[in-house]
Design a protein around this ligand. Sequence first.
Ligand code: ADP
Ligand code: ZN
Length: 303
Amino acid sequence: MKNSQLYGGIEAGGTKFVCVVANGPDRVVDEVRFPTTTPDETLRRAIQFFQPFVSSGQIHAIGVGCFGPLDLNPKSPTYGHISFTPKPNWSHTDVRGTLQRALNVDIAFDIDVNAAALGETTWGASMGLDSSLYVTIGTGIGGGYIKDGKPLVGMLNLEMGHVLIPHNRELDPFPGICPFHGDCFEGLASGPAIEKRLSLSGALVPEEDAFWDIETHYIASALMNFILTLSPKKIILGGGVMQREFLFPKIRRRARELLNGYVSSKSILESIDNYIVPPALGNQSGSLGAIALAMQMTEAQPL
Ligand code: ADP
Ligand code: ZN
């Protein structure tokens, strides 16, 4: 039986919020995008967008993929809150509770990359695979690993953007910008790290610039570590920096060089073009992933 129930989805990003009412990529009933300003104003806009759909009984559940760090322990008194974030005004914001109290619907809440990863597994590039990894390289770097249809959670959620990767300071003297670790993956390779290092947005750095070999090496090194530890059946690379499409073949080549034949999988040895890929849902992975979170909570079968 086809499920025609509608759901709400929020991609709550540090730069912008995307709110949708949908039940899959082929049925997006309404969508709104607005910049992330203060918590009060931003959450009020989201609530106003969903209110008519809730009042008319069209949606009963909303999924939220939120920027972090988040408290995701349902037993914690601060469950659903953003914990400490360098983003002004947003530390300790009760995102989940504010939405739940205003709209009185069920809220499925997870980190943004887990939602995007789930969106791609439900309708996108990793559809039908029992393991896959989504890595975003944007303002921050993060990864969501989906195993058997669910984001992998351990003691806390994964923080793959902060792994340590080889940093040759002669080739790249930039010290990194992570406030916690300096030259971790995010500290070296995120959009703001590129901008600080070159005094130029990554969007404007020419394709021929030698810096891209360094960026490629960082991304491929991190992917090697993820391939060796999680063995995903597909890796999806999203986020602003990956808008530079010429990076894909460079990263694939470098990852294969670094692995040096050690992982004897056809996916890597023969069809890496199909193994490290852009998101099939484009810039909708996060918002549709939030829809998938809401569906998963209510155990509806995606179309
Ligand atoms: P967010 O991380 O807030 O969700 P994005 O994924 O778009 O947003 O990441 C924004 C970061 O990506 C910024 O640091 C920006 O400089 C960088 N960026 C955006 N577009 C591009 C591009 N076309 N090429 C390289 N870097 C980009
Ligand atoms: Zn770090």
